[in-house]
Design a protein around this ligand. Structure first.
Ligand SMILES: [Zn+2]
Ligand SMILES: [Zn+2]
Ligand SMILES: [Zn+2]
Ligand SMILES: [Zn+2]
Ligand SMILES: [Zn+2]
Ligand SMILES: [Zn+2]
Ligand SMILES: [Zn+2]
Length: 1759
């Protein structure tokens, strides 16, 4: 039982047939065959199994790809080419071209979208949001200038360009605009083809399509259809694994490794393919062999769920299925060339088969859809889109077939477990959204009814009353429920565009659909009822989400159905009747049972049900009521009510019945607020939340208010209010004084509950009367409603665009109407570099503010109240917030105003005011009073309004002012409402409401005068009482001012007390680091004081930083304070060590060569830095200083804490303690080491010698020779010549004294080890010779990177660095100079001799790189720092190190000059220029010709000294600047004044500061006899010639600073780029998370199995892997699909960062959810760039993780 060896010879036998095979001859043979199908099948039977599926499929991609290519080629040559010949009767290439030329294409674009491709929709012109354009069409369309929306496609779907039904305007782009010659849509494109081709095409298409359909729907594993059986049958099988959505990747991978014994990599590859294509063969061999694998897989995956689907299939069956897919793709390609052929294929596909109805080939495919694997589905769906949906005639026929099969397809889909995008049902969006098709299907196929019925059929689980019952759902039913929801989406498509014209048939079918819809709503009416839980808390939270999901999904449908109704009177009337009758049916059981109770109050009586929300069942789901409420408003809006009252069943309406259920629901909310339903758990809280939420409220809460308004307008207002009182269970409180008393004595909870209920009830009354912004209720337009919504949102606070959008309900087109009105009410404030743009309400709209706006939550309300009062106070106004003037009501709702002046309300008002006058025992609240005052205000406004609009007194029906002057009736027998108000005006406990009461009383006075005037003269304006008003106002102002002053004094006193306490506290807790940050900044800058700008006097002198003439700026004592113990300490070499918290990291920020691979840590030789700076070590510090001992204690504590934390809960912190990381104890800045502070060096003694260059060179050479021989002797090598004579006083065996205390030495080792460890990525090893080099390296690299930053930001070289960087560089430089003390002297000597040999070639030193491969600044720093070790051996005391430093600087500068001249000669430098140059130019020329003498024609001839000199000057500047920084920090020299400012004059200052001649060429000229031989030896290094001739990377100077990559202005360009990006590993597959490296521009396939690689033995994602090659472990990326910046550091750390793209409203769109066009904000991008260049990314990650712990848990390494 062995695996059948794949027969690799087979292809080669096929090869010979390739050569002999002639497609043309085969085609001609077929042409004359009597039975083409038989002939074709014979051909396929012979060849298909010999081309496809010849062996095992492997996981490794290379081989697989080659195999695929071979199949592809053979398939084209042997199978498809003859078909093409047959079709065209000529060479296919020529024939197809001709076809295309003659084709008159339809103007449809039809571009099918790839996953992730950008799509555009115009918010102004698209018929619905599903109408989209491809990028190309969009850019050529008028919509580019409109408000558009951009999204990324989920794959599938196509461009609607050219579809006139999809666009209200501009349906064609430039490319697809129909021209005159393009075919009329009526003309048959088939007629344009030659008749014989039509005949041939017809038969070929019929045969091939049938073949493909048969093969794809073939269910036998071992047999083939008739005529296709292979001539010779072998025992070769495949074990085929199918995709399902149940098993995870990991499960599949694990199982495969077990079952087919493959590597993990192969298993991953198999799993990826199964997921992508839907199936994959995982084993090839004889039947037994495959069966065995199958059983293992089934066994392994059947434990928890149903097993993975596996089939053992004969290889010939698989082969034919493969070819069937190829054939379908081929058909799709061929029809692209000709619309005639396309139509022909459509005809073939839809032709009814022999089995009658629904038996065409397309039907067969559709009906088998759910049985096919993903790959097959994708290909045939694509073909359907390319053919049927692109042909207007057949699109219709196909639509009808689709509708006929609709129910069956949906059932299949619901049972299937694939996502909808892989189902044929997903095509509904392409068909139903075409309005004409949707209408046709509705009329002819009764589509609306079909969809709704199919939907209802799938939800079978009902209770006794036939209502849905979701809480009894099993997991499987719930899954089904999830899938069946897509039907609602289809219904939405059908309804999305309203008909402009109605036919009788459409009316009939719509109403039929409406009936079905009412049936659906009936099943929802009253579902999930709740009963108040008393005593015990509920045991299990009842299910509520399913019902609300359904409600949410249906919200748009309900609104759309109402819109449809509003366009036709007949339909509206019929729908109203139907709805009413269903409602009556639903409510038929309501009045049953007990006797009604009768209520009486204020002289009025009414009868009502005996029902208590707090005791009986109540449901929040009342869709039938609410639909009726919606239709009722439409009756008013369309004026149908007033025009055809006789056709309406108004008489059948019973207002008390209508309001009953909505009222119960509102009371339920009030009781929940009052805390009466606490024991019912979160389920109810959630339901109430969604009831009010913007997603549901339009068809829930809003409609309930409307229903109350409708009912109230048809009833006696007193009766209405009494019913409301009774449902709120408050009637007794207002009906008898007794009760009130009893209630006062009841327990506290009950009192509080009742208070809240009274508040809620008053609020409800306010809403019922005041909410008139629905067109039909009030006389308003739809945009008034939106505008009011916005005004109230902005009254809370200024808001961003997206916040406003979220607060507004969207319609079915995802529009809120916001844009139309926003600019009229608000002004836009642009964002800065952070934050977002905000809209602010214009002050003139403040008067529309209504404190009791119905969409405010309680929290919103109190925020808005506070904001508004504050605003008024700022404007010096009173703080009354009176109700705004409401719009007039529509006639149908006109009588609502009477609520305001009815007796029952007056009684309620009177009662509350009376309680306010004599508040006692907590059974009264200010909120109650406030609401009553609001109601009074509303009534007064109404009366004033009527007076103003009336001509005489007689048409004013409102006389509230009159009524409130009457004394109250029983039970509140006290004074009149007005009298009560007057007495409350000066009540001391009602200070807050004083302004409002004043406002009311003024209104009353005004109205009185108006009434008096109207009785005498005509209309009167309100402004009459202004004089009086003024004085009142002034008085109020003065009073307010006095109070404000008092408040201020009080505040100051408290502040003083607080600060006193604080001081005390600080004194008490000095050991603890409790001090504020600012104070400590001040104390640490004591260390920085030495760097404070020099006095004028000093800077006038010429400052020199290097050489014997240098002056040390700061000789005074250096005092610093430890942030941990607060003690001051002087920095001394022998003192207690002080350290600076620091962070060392590898860096590639300056790299000019990202292709260089990382050095091998073990063998890397760091002594010479290559000028490409491909990898450096950067050190940064937050500048906070501690005692070394204090820090050690702190760090130990951190370690201990971490150990304990790890034991408790596994997980990460934002810092990695094991790697020495900690957070600075003061500023929490990420750190991983400390730098010890060392004392300043002293000025050189003036008596010291300063030897000339020549003698110094001589001495040094002697010294080096002596060192060489000493080392040889040490090594025991005595064979070599005589001992070199050491110069006088030079003792090679001298051991200098260590100048530092042990504690400082200890810290020197600490920092050394950190740089060593981080820089080389190795374990600490104090013995390693490379340790000191790495410290010098970080010193040089950090200075270089800071120099670049200062240069690019055009900041002065000195004085502009922040303290912390200054401190860091200063201590770093001094530290580097001293670190040699920690290593054996001989090692430093060795380094120095090697470094020196690069300048003065030394035959005893090997492997010295050529000067083109050395970064000169690094060389300077290393040699200066290592020289100290040599000078220590000189016991003469004659010369100081300073002379040596100066000579080294001179030598390196000359070497750099030569380096620049060698590399800067490009063609453009050689331009002709006049020869009369300055001295500098002549000298440059001279030096250049010297170099050319050595290198000859490798360097071009240059005649222009000016050009050359310019190159030199520009090229060397960064070096000089860096050197100036270095010596400044090394020698603590005061910088010259010219370098403290940016701008001109720098060159001279720089040269003089460095003790260099300002004509640098002088350096060479004055010593040229000495230097000439050196230059000769530099140039004759063999590598120089090789590099210049192109064998190495030439680095040119100045090195251009690295920047992040350029990003396009328009974000969609990026999306488009990303959409065409394919995963580099899994051949041509689209990447799911394309991610762009911002440093180098690579696109990566992130967050995916396919692109994981191993780094240091761990699997990491593409991003993390990339950071190791591109950023030495640190990376900045843009996740393109998410529009999100990603920072990654190492394997475990990362964070997200806002992207530099903003929409027009100044907001980012992380996750691309809103789809507004996004544009690059360059300031934000520069900010990110600066962060990177300043090496601040790791710190940002640290802070982000510290602030947000969830970031720590993200699996960054797999991104
Ligand atoms: Zn297009
Ligand atoms: Zn187009
Ligand atoms: Zn447009
Ligand atoms: Zn300390
Ligand atoms: Zn700090
Ligand atoms: Zn990169
Ligand atoms: Zn990939």
């Amino acid at each position: 039982m062995a695996a059948a060896q794949s027969d690799r010879d087979l292809p080669s036998t096929l090869c010979s047939e390739f050569l002999n095979f002639s497609a043309k001859d085969t085609a001609s043979r077929w042409l004359v065959a009597p039975d083409l199908q038989q002939e074709l099948y014979r051909h396929l039977a012979l060849y298909v199994p010999r081309i496809f599926c010849l062996g095992p499929s492997r996981g490794s991609s290379r081989e697989e790809q080659r195999e695929e290519q071979r199949e592809e080629l053979a398939c084209q040559l042997l199978l498809l080419a003859p078909l093409e010949w047959l079709l065209l009767e000529e060479d296919p290439a020529a024939g197809l071209a001709l076809l295309q030329e003659k084709n008159l294409p339809s103007p449809l674009c039809g571009h099918v979208f790839k996953v992730g491709e950008p799509t555009y929709s115009c918010r102004e012109c698209a018929a619905d949001p599903t109408c989209v354009l491809c990028m190309q069409c969009f850019l050529g369309s008028v919509h580019k200038e409109h408000r558009y929306r951009m999204t990324t496609s989920g794959g599938g779907g196509f461009c609607d360009c050219g579809d006139t039904e999809a666009w209200k305007k501009g349906p064609y782009c430039h490319k697809h605009t129909p021209t005159d010659i393009s075919r009329q849509s009526q003309e048959d494109p088939v007629a344009l083809l030659p008749a014989d081709m039509v005949a041939r095409g017809y038969s070929i298409f019929s045969i091939i399509l049938k073949y493909a359909v048969d093969m794809l729907t073939w269910e036998q594993e071992d047999q083939l259809p008739e005529g296709l059986a292979p001539p010779e049958r072998e025992d070769t099988y495949y074990c085929m694994l199918f995709n399902d959505e149940v098993h995870t990747y990991e499960q599949v991978i694990y199982t495969l490794q077990k079952a087919v014994n493959c590597s993990q990599k192969e298993a991953v590859s198999f799993a990826t393919t199964v997921d992508r294509d839907g199936r994959k063969s995982v084993r090839y061999g004889d039947f037994q062999f495959c069966e065995q694998a199958k059983s293992v897989i089934v066994r392994n995956t059947s434990r928890q769920s149903k097993p993975l689907r596996v089939q053992v299939m004969h290889s010939s069956v698989v082969a034919h299925q493969c070819f069937a897919l190829k054939a379908l793709s081929w058909l799709g390609q061929v029809i692209q060339y000709s619309d005639g052929l396309r139509r022909l294929l459509c005809q073939v596909g839809l032709q009814r088969g022999p089995e009658g109805e629904n038996s065409s080939l397309v039907d067969k495919l559709m009906l088998n859809d759910s049985k096919m694997w993903k790959g097959a589905r994708n290909i045939y769906h694509q073909l359907l889109m390319n053919s049927l949906l692109m042909d207007l005639k057949y699109k219709k026929i196909f639509a009808i077939q689709f509708a006929k099969n609709y129910e069956r397809l949906q059932c299949d889909y619901v049972r299937d477990d694939h996502d909808r995008e892989f189902s044929i049902t997903d095509l509904s969006v392409q068909i139903f959204t075409v309005p004409s098709l949707a209408r046709m299907l509705m009329v002819e196929e009764n589509l609306m009814t079909t969809i709704i019925r199919t939907f209802v059929d799938h939800l079978r689980h009902r209770d006794l009353q036939g209502r849905f019952q979701f809480d009894r759902y099993t997991a499987q039913q719930a899954f089904k429920f999830g899938r069946v929801q897509s039907l609602i989406g289809d219904l939405k498509y059908v309804l999305i565009s309203r008909p402009t014209e109605w036919s009788d048939q459409l009316r009939q079918k719509f109403l039929e659909g409406f009936d079905a819809f009412l049936e659906l709503l009936k099943c929802m009416q009253g579902m999930d009822p709740v009963v108040r839980q008393v005593g015990q808390h509920i045991e299990m939270e009842p299910e509520w989400e399913a019902a609300f999901t359904l409600q949410m999904k249906l919200t748009h449908i309900i609104s759309m159905i109402q819109e449809w109704c509003s366009t036709d009177e007949h339909v509206l009337i019929e729908a109203y009747k139907k709805c009413l009758s269903v409602l009556s049916h639903c409510q038929s059981s309501l009045p049953d049972g007990e006797q009604p109770i009768s209520l009486s109050l204020a002289g009025h009586c009414v009868e009502t049900f005996r029902y208590h929300v707090s005791q009986d069942k109540v449901s929040i789901h009342l869709p039938v009521c609410r639909l009726l409420a919606g239709l009722h408003v439409l009756l008013s809006r369309t004026e149908v009510a007033s025009r055809f009252p006789e056709r309406l069943p108004l008489g059948e309406l019973s207002p008390p019945l209508l309001i009953e259920l909505p009222l119960r629901c509102l009371v339920l909310c009030a009781q929940v607020h009052a805390g009466m339903w606490r024991r019912n758990g979160f389920s109810l809280i959630n339901q109430i939340y969604y009831y009010h939420n913007v997603k549901c409220r339009v068809e829930m809460f809003d409609k309930d208010i409307i229903m109350l308004q409708a009912g109230a307008s048809m009833m006696d207002p007193n009766h209405f209010l009494m019913i409301v009182l009774s449902r709120f269970e408050l009637f007794h409180i207002f009906s008898s004084a007794d009760c009130r008393k009893r209630y006062r004595e009841a327990n506290k909870d009950v009192v509080q509950q009742n208070n809240t209920l009274i508040e809620e009830m008053l609020h409800l009354i306010i809403m019922v009367v005041c909410e008139r912004y629905v067109p039909g209720v009030g006389q308003v337009e739809p945009f008034d409603e939106v505008r009011r919504e916005i005004i109230h949102q902005l009254s809370i606070r200024p808001m961003a665009h997206s916040e406003l959008v979220k607060a507004l309900p969207e319609n079915g087109n995802k529009e809120t109407g916001l844009e139309k009105v926003i600019d009229s009410v608000a002004s836009f404030k642009k964002p800065g570099v952070t934050g977002r743009g905000l809209y602010e309400l214009r002050p003139e709209w403040n008067k529309y503010f209504n404190l009791y706006f119905h969409h405010y939550s309680r929290a919103d309300q109190s925020k808005a109240e506070e904001a508004q009062r504050k605003l008024r106070r700022q404007n010096g106004e009173d703080t009354a917030l009176p109700p705004p003037l409401p719009p007039p009501l529509c006639p149908l709702f006109g009588s609502l105003v009477n609520l305001l002046q009815c007796d029952v309300l007056l009684a309620v008002e009177g009662a509350v005011l009376q309680w306010a006058v004599e508040p006692s025992g907590g059974c009264w609240t200010e909120s109650m009073l406030q609401r009553v005052l609001h109601l009074v205000g509303m009534a007064l406004l109404e009366e004033q309004q009527q007076l103003e609009n009336s001509n005489g007194d007689d048409d004013v029906t409102f006389n509230y002012t009159c009524k409130i002057t009457r004394p109250g009736e029983a039970p509140s027998t006290s004074g009149s409402v007005l009298a009560l108000l007057e007495s409350l005006q000066n009540a001391p406990h009602l200070e807050v409401h004083k302004d409002m009461i004043t406002w009311i009383l003024k209104m009353v006075a005004n109205i009185k005068t108006m009434r008096e005037r109207t009785s005498s003269t005509s209309t009167v304006t309100v402004s009459q009482g202004q004089g009086l008003e003024e004085t009142v106002r002034d008085k109020d102002k003065a009073e307010r001012k006095r109070k404000a002053e008092m408040a201020r004094l009080r505040r100051e006193k408290i502040m003083a007390q607080m600060s006193e306490m604080q001081k005390h506290f600080i004194n008490e807790n000095k050991e603890l680091f409790q001090q504020s940050l600012e104070e400590l900044e001040a104390s640490t800058s004591a260390a920085a004081a030495e760097n404070s700008p020099p006095s004028l006097e000093l800077s006038c002198l010429s400052q020199v930083s290097v050489g014997p003439r240098r002056v040390c700026g700061a000789e005074r004592r250096q005092l610093v304070t430890c942030i941990l113990c607060q003690e001051e300490q002087e920095v001394k070499g022998h003192g207690k060590a002080m350290v600076l918290a620091a962070f060392v990291q590898r860096s590639t920020v300056l790299s000019k060569n990202r292709h260089r691979s990382l050095p091998d840590p073990e063998s890397h030789d760091p002594v010479f830095m290559h000028p490409d700076l491909s990898l450096g070590i950067h050190t940064a510090s937050c500048g906070h200083i501690m005692h070394a001992t204090c820090w050690q204690r702190y760090f130990e504590a951190v370690q201990l804490k971490e150990q304990r934390r790890q034991q408790r809960l596994r997980g990460h912190t934002s810092y990695d303690v094991e790697n020495g990381e900690f957070l600075c104890p003061l500023c929490e800045c990420l750190s991983n080491t400390v730098i010890p502070l060392l004392p300043h060096s002293h000025s050189p003694h003036p008596s010291l010698d300063h030897p000339g260059l020549e003698s110094w060179l001589k001495t040094t050479s002697q010294q080096i020779a002596a060192l060489h021989s000493a080392h040889r002797k040490q090594a025991g090598d005595v064979t070599e010549g005589a001992e070199a004579a050491a110069p006088e006083g030079f003792r090679v065996d001298f051991t200098p004294q260590n100048p530092f205390s042990t504690s400082i030495n200890e810290m020197i080792t600490t920092f050394s080890m950190s740089t060593y460890k981080v820089g080389l990525k190795v374990n600490p090893n104090e013995q390693d010779q490379r340790v000191p080099v790495l410290i010098w390296s970080t010193c040089a690299y950090t200075i270089q990177s800071i120099e670049r930053l200062l240069m690019d930001e055009e900041k002065p070289l000195f004085g502009s660095l922040p303290c912390r960087q200054d401190d860091c560089l200063s201590s770093l430089a001094r530290f580097s100079a001293a670190c040699w003390t920690a290593a054996p002297l001989s090692i430093i000597h060795k380094h120095f001799t090697r470094l020196f040999s690069a300048l003065v070639p030394d035959p005893q030193v090997e492997n010295t790189p050529c000067i083109l491969d050395i970064d000169m600044f690094h060389l300077l720093v290393y040699s200066v720092l290592s020289y100290s070790s040599v000078s220590k051996l000189d016991q003469t005391g004659q010369t100081g190190v300073d002379s040596a430093h100066l000579h080294l600087l001179h030598l390196v500068t000359v070497a750099h000059l030569v380096q620049i001249l060698l590399t800067s000669t490009t063609e453009d430098v050689c331009m002709e220029q006049d020869n009369t140059g300055s001295e500098e130019e002549q000298l440059t020329c001279k030096l250049y010709s010297t170099i050319r003498q050595h290198l000859g024609s490798v360097l071009p001839e240059v005649t222009s000294g000016w050009q050359l000199f310019h190159c030199v000057k520009v090229g060397i500047l960064p070096f000089l600047r860096a050197a100036a920084l270095f010596f400044h920090y090394l020698n603590s020299t005061v910088p010259p004044a010219d370098l403290l400012v940016a701008g001109p004059g720098q060159w001279e200052a720089l040269c003089s500061y460095l003790s260099l001649p300002s004509n640098l060429l002088q350096l060479y000229q004055s010593h040229h006899t000495l230097l000439e031989p050196l230059i000769h030896r530099w140039c004759s290094h063999p590598s120089v010639r090789q590099t210049l001739q192109g064998s190495g990377v030439i680095i040119r100077f100045p090195r251009v600073s690295n920047r992040l990559i350029e990003l396009p202005e328009d974000y969609s360009i990026l999306i488009n780029q990303a959409s065409s990006f394919t995963c580099p590993r899994s051949g041509g597959d689209k990447s799911r998370a394309p991610t762009l490296c911002l440093v180098c521009g690579s696109m990566l396939c992130s967050q995916s199995y396919c692109c994981q690689t191993e780094v240091d033995g761990e699997d990491v994602g593409a991003c993390t892997a990339h950071t190791f090659t591109c950023g030495a472990g640190l990376g900045l990326f843009l996740r393109v699909r998410e529009s999100q910046v990603l920072f990654v550091a190492g394997k475990t750390k990362g964070c997200f960062y806002p992207p530099p793209y903003l929409d027009d409203y100044g907001e980012t769109d992380q996750g691309l959810k809103r789809g507004n066009p996004l544009h690059l904000c360059s300031e934000r991008y520069r900010k990110i760039e600066r962060l990177w260049r300043q090496h601040g990314v790791a710190e940002v990650i640290g802070h982000a993780q510290e602030a947000n712990q969830t970031l720590v848990a993200i699996d960054w390494q797999h991104l």
